[in-house]
Ligand binder design. Sequence first.
Ligand code: GLU
Length: 411
Amino acid sequence: MSVFDSALEQLNRAAKLINLDSRVFEALKKFEHIIEASIPIKLASGEEKVFSAYRAQHNSWRGPYKGGIRFHEEANLDEVKALAFWMTMKCAVVDIPFGGAKGGVKFNPKKFSPADIENVARGWVEAMKDSIGPDKDIPAPDVNTNAQIMAWMADEFSKIKHKETPGVVTGKPLEAGGIVGRDTATAQGGFYVWQEFLNKKSLASEQVSVAIQGYGNAGYNFAKLAQQAGHKIVALSDSKGGILNLEGLDIEAVMEHKKLTGSVVDFEHADNISNEQLLETKCALLVPSALENQITGKNASKIKAKAILELANGPTTPQADDALFGKGVYVLPDILANAGGVTVSYFEWLQNQENSKWDMDMVQKKLKHSMVSAFDLVWQKHDELKTDLRTACFVLALERLSMAFSRKNLV
Ligand code: GLU
């Protein structure tokens, strides 16, 4: 099953359960626009290269398109489509007035110089300049893209339009119109969801063992929050492999080691494990924070965690969802668990539109309120409908999308 097929299967399940209006259902299976372009670059080495670039604009019933841009060697249209579709659902789950989109460039920035990465970022904007804008489509960071890349993109767009337009992207550095707390927002939002889940299960004071796949922005910041709250991080990984210490890992020391060597692998106070073994680690909470399609029909039966918090997009396939639900493992799904990122992106966009400045206190309070309200509604639906949390999230999103559909005439 391709990633987009998995996304459609998730839609199917929820649509069936609530007998979704067939017009809404058919429209959500389609895209409003798909843009494929090429970015020709003269590399610092003098060599010339052309990279494939994408933007999938899925749905705009609830507002302008919103979603990150991924730089990855394996980026492709099927993946970008699935990620764009999930953005539509995610924005509806947390009730922010955006639709869904996603972008990508088939390009591994780890193999190129900063000047080359800047050229690719600016090239992407040049290719998409007529399709993006603060009221049209607002990109943001995703896998392998960051605040610096967003600053180059905002600058390029502003130059092309002859007008300073910071609101064209979110996730910018503070000095370029960014907002405090955007870099930690995905992890922070996930942490609020996790705490609220523990409250619902009357486990709020329990300290648990946590395994995290992926030690990028989301995985590292989640590890920090979990450790501060007294939980024990027993396993971590990145694209090169993983490490395990059932006594608990010192996450700052692991980060130092990663900065020095390029990976968490070979950290001296831990055993090396593979990414597959990390997923099967004995722990209370598993946090996939890397890429899609990690927990599948093949390994779901070997998962020992009691709950899974999806900071990555699409880490669990529908077959795995069935197996986990059958075993009583709670999956706190991506379109809720990692929605803190896009929620604070929305605050940043508002800040740019109003030409105002939010402080950390306000960001945290509003983020917590959004995440907890969304979680409570999802929990209620999962109880009422006797379904898994992913389907409950889709039901909530589909109800909100259906309302937007009727408001817009389309009835
Ligand atoms: N890339 C993030 C996501 O998948 C953030 C998107 C945004 O802030 O627009 O949710």
